[in-house]
Design a protein around this ligand. Structure first.
Ligand code: C2E
Ligand code: CA
Ligand code: CA
Length: 861
């Protein structure tokens, strides 16, 4: 380049004779002209290329931004729609209290994600739930969007089977918006029975107003991303959204680095060319004059040399003005040139690096840089991403473009892209991690799992999946607020992470649901040890403000290859095992077993049979008389429900009450029990009361008091003749709520007894603080009577305690005369049991009352 030209000039002057000089000068001028033209052309080409690349790149990132937006919307709608609870509360029935008031799918969708619209459309395409900008509304989704969305609904429902949500760009009042829709399905929740209606659809609408677009653009490094106006129609920086741009077009500002380069470079070349022309003209005139040909031309050439030096300096300025640095290597990969910017950008010394091989300076992801440069037919417009270590020891990333030089070797530019790459990695991280706990989310879990399963786990090196669900987490959220709930989740997350090894994965996949993937464990014993450790660690109290919060965890375990080799199946099996662990009393773990699935299907069948049975009068109520022990007088009876199943015969309550509790059928069932019991008892002699069992789940639904009140009113029974039996689980789950409900119940005039006393561990304190009228000693104590002195002593103590607290003590499960004798000896108030009377059908019970009335006797025992 310029250096070589200068040496030509020198050679010329040494061989000087007028004619020779002149001829050479013409050649030289031609050459110079050629050089300038070439320089200008390459500058224009370079600038054009730079702009084009920038354009392509920004278009690429804009498109990426839109795709990522759609993807994140899809995964969000998916998380909400393929969820058993959503199915129960937004499809089976629409429960705005659950969805909006308790913020399961409500205002947070706007607050956290900025989705302006949230809708649920039912099976006949009516909008049944609308939240607009975080506020509950009654507006049809089509009306709000100003267009029909039937095709979107169809597509969302078509994806129900494969749990695939759909997204589409549309235009809402001139503003583009993304609509994400997914059919609501039970997900992997084995407790939900899908009905035959076509699924409801959950819809999120993300309106891309200018602020939002600008934010999205920022994340992807696209400058001033906005809705395109009519004036920008011809611009290149446009991206139509939706099919054929129906949703509108977005526009961004391209930085046009080439244009800037031209702005500086072309005038400089122009000036240099002008100078050289002037110089040549002067030389020519002088040679024609012929006088001091040699000297003059020598002198002119001297000045032209100066001009060249100037122009060289200007070229250098141009190169140095750009933020990139320029490099050159010889055929042996050694650096022969590094521009000054090299030092500024990299902080490395030019002196130290010129002469070293380029492979020592830079490395690529795929191999050495020399390997990349040697790729045959490598396209010169493709750049490569390289890494180097700066003087502070930090890894930096640079994008390198290279062109082969004719004489061998390469030259090119290098752009620092460290920040850009880091920003992109951050976005990637955010899309794969849970914002609250920083743990991997469902997306990351799926990726990790697929990767591990592709490596085909073996029996010796299995893949273990633990599905975890916190017990008693909901009350924390409800009573202490969401901030406390978040703190608990964070504490749990870090405890879980502490329990596993480095290569394992802990993911949070839902409110209080976590999944652990372990690959370093081979025996069942080790898994159980780990489960023990996890449970112990979670059980430790969590300090929140001045309080200590206790949660526990249930764990379901599935393994590959033993149970399955598919991610979705493993997840489902782990969930089934989790469900078993919860049924087994929580705070424990279960391995998946083939028959669990069958058991769950069996349970579901029972559940749907029960739903039918309650409606069609298959329930029966038996009454078991209760007697005063001192004189054998009958004082009342406990109502015990049974189910007359058309195929299976009479089913005891222990089999179907838990199913009713889990499916929510307990309310309908209990309503029937309460009203039937009150109606029957209203016909009994006035001195007999009826005792009704309540389930702890009923306490949590708000309307227990109203239901009891209604039954009392409808049957006109004296409330003093009604006793409600509750177990201590009621107080364990939500003591404050239980206290409130019990006080209100007492105001109605009914009595309350604690059932199954002695089976829990904290009953004593509850007895003292809650408004109980009586307690029933669990029948397991009587069963063991005589076996151990301890149990005798316990019964004695309980009776004493009852007396101290003025409670009526009832012993359950009196099976022998000895039992009765013993209870009499300790002055237990009341008793019931097979020895006195089994639970009786209504007719038999009425007959018993009849006999009592006639004979005046009080006991049939
Ligand atoms: P529970 O409240 O402890 O009811 C007493 C159970 O002990 C009854 O079983 C009764 O038949 C049985 N039993 C009575 N005397 C004796 C005896 O001398 N020896 C023995 N071994 N057992 C005796 P059942 O009817 O099968 O009820 C089981 C449980 O189901 C009840 O336990 C109660 O927790 C629940 N349950 C029954 N009916 C209802 C109801 O209407 N609503 C709710 N929520 N739960 C109910
Ligand atoms: Ca009972
Ligand atoms: Ca009992």
């Amino acid at each position: 380049m310029p250096k070589n030209l200068a040496s030509i000039v020198c050679t010329l002057t040494h061989r000087s004779s007028v004619s020779l000089t002149r001829a050479s000068l013409f050649k030289f001028a031609g050459l110079l002209a050629g050089v300038f033209v070439l320089a200008s052309v390459s500058l224009v080409y370079l600038a054009h290329d730079l702009d084009r690349k920038e354009e392509v790149e920004s278009a690429f990132y804009t498109q990426k931004a839109m795709q990522s937006l759609e993807k994140s919307l899809r995964s969000t709608v998916k998380d909400y729609a393929f969820w058993g609870d959503a199915y129960k509360h937004l499809h089976t029935e629409v429960d705005p209290d659950w969805a909006f008031v308790r913020q399961n799918i409500g205002p947070t969708v706007y607050k956290d994600f900025g989705f302006q619209g949230l809708f649920v459309v039912d099976d006949v395409n009516r909008t049944v739930y609308s939240v607009v900008k975080g506020e509950l509304k009654t507006v049809e989704v089509a009306e709000w969007l100003g267009q029909s969305i039937t095709p979107i609904l169809d597509k969302a429902r078509a994806g129900a089977e494969t749990e695939t949500p759909t997204t589409v760009f549309i235009n809402v009042n001139g503003v583009p918006a993304v609509v994400a829709a997914a059919a609501i399905t039970p997900g992997t929740d084995p407790t939900v029975v899908p009905d035959d209606r076509q699924p409801s659809v959950l819809i999120f609408v993300d309106v891309l107003n200018s602020t939002k677009l600008a934010l999205i653009g920022n994340d992807f490094g696209v400058d001033r991303l906005q809705i395109a106006s009519a004036g920008e129609a011809g611009s290149a920086s446009l991206l139509p959204l939706g099919d054929g741009g129906v949703a509108g077009t977005v526009h961004w500002k391209s930085s046009k680095p080439g244009l800037r380069l031209l702005g500086i470079g072309l005038p400089l070349i122009g000036i240099a060319a002008l100078l050289v022309c002037l110089m040549v003209w002067t030389i020519l005139r002088r040679t024609t004059a012929g006088a001091q040909a040699l000297d003059a031309s020598y002198a002119s050439l001297q000045s032209s040399q100066n001009a060249l030096a100037t122009s060289e300096a200007r070229f250098r300025d141009v190169v140095e003005a750009s933020s990139d640095w320029v490099w050159e290597i010889d055929a042996g990969w050694r650096l022969t040139f590094l521009s000054e910017r090299f030092e500024v950008v990299t902080g490395l010394s030019r002196e130290a690096w010129v002469g070293a091989t380029i492979d020592d300076l830079l490395c690529t992801e795929l191999g050495t840089l020399s390997q990349w440069l040697s790729i045959p037919n490598r396209r010169p417009d493709i750049s490569v991403q390289c890494r180097y270590v700066d003087p502070q020891g930090r890894e930096r990333i640079t994008r390198l473009s290279a062109r082969a030089m004719t004489g061998g070797g390469f030259r090119g530019t290098a752009t620092d892209v460290t920040e850009e790459v880091e920003a992109r990695q951050r976005i990637e991280f955010l899309s794969q991690h849970d914002a609250l706990t920083g743990l991997p989310n469902r997306t990351r879990l799926r990726e990790f799992l697929d990767g591990k399963l592709n490596a085909l786990p073996t029996l010796e090196q299995p893949l273990i999946m633990l599905s975890l669900d916190l017990d008693r987490f909901k009350p924390v959220n409800d009573l202490l607020g969401h901030a406390a709930g978040d703190a608990v989740l964070n504490a749990v997350s870090s405890r879980l992470a502490d329990c596993v090894r480095d290569g394992d994965l802990v993911a949070r996949i839902g409110g209080d649901e976590f999944v652990l993937i372990l690959t370093d464990i081979s025996s069942q014993d080790e898994v159980e040890t780990l489960c023990r450790r996890l449970i112990d660690s979670i059980e430790r109290p969590i300090a929140i403000d001045e309080q200590e919060v206790f949660v526990s965890v249930s764990i379901g375990i599935s393994m590959a290859p033993t149970d399955a080799l598919e991610a979705a199946e493993l997840l489902r099996y782990a969930d089934i095992a989790l469900y078993e662990a919860k049924s087994a009393g929580r705070n424990t773990w279960r391995f998946y077993a083939g028959d669990m699935n069958a058991r769950i299907i069996e349970r579901r069948r029972l559940e749907s049979d029960l739903r039918f049975g309650i409606k069609h009068g298959e329930l029966r109520l038996h009454f078991q008389p209760r007697y005063r022990i001192a004189d054998g007088q009958m004082v009342g009876a406990e109502a015990l429900v049974r189910w007359q199943h058309p195929e299976r015969g009479l089913i005891p309550p222990d089999t179907f009450i838990p199913i009713a509790e889990e499916s929510g059928l307990i309310i309908a069932l209990s309503n029937w029990v309460i009203s039937t019991a009150c109606r029957c008892a209203a016909q009994w002699p006035e001195n007999l009361f009826v005792s009704i069992n309540l389930s702890s789940t009923e306490f949590k639904r708000g309307n227990l008091v109203e239901r009891i009140q209604k039954a009392l009113h409808d049957t006109r029974i004296d409330p003093a003749r009604v006793e409600l039996e509750i177990t201590e689980s009621v107080m364990l789950e939500d003591a404050a709520g239980a206290m409130e409900v019990m006080r209100t119940l007492k105001r109605l005039g009914v009595r309350i007894a604690m059932d199954d006393f002695g089976t829990g561990y904290s009953s004593l304190s509850y007895l003292r603080t809650f408004p109980f009228d009586g307690l029933k000693i669990d029948r397991s104590f009587l069963n063991r009577l005589g076996e151990s002195e301890d149990d005798n002593a316990i019964i004695l103590a309980i009776v004493g305690l009852g007396r101290a607290l003025s409670l009526t003590v009832t012993a359950e499960g009196i099976e022998t005369a000895e039992h009765l004798q013993l209870l009499k000896a300790v002055s237990c108030d009341e008793g019931q049991g097979y020895f006195l009377s089994r639970p009786l059908e209504v007719e038999a019970f009425d007959a018993l009352l009849e006999r009592l009335g006639h004979t005046g006797s009080t006991s049939n025992a």
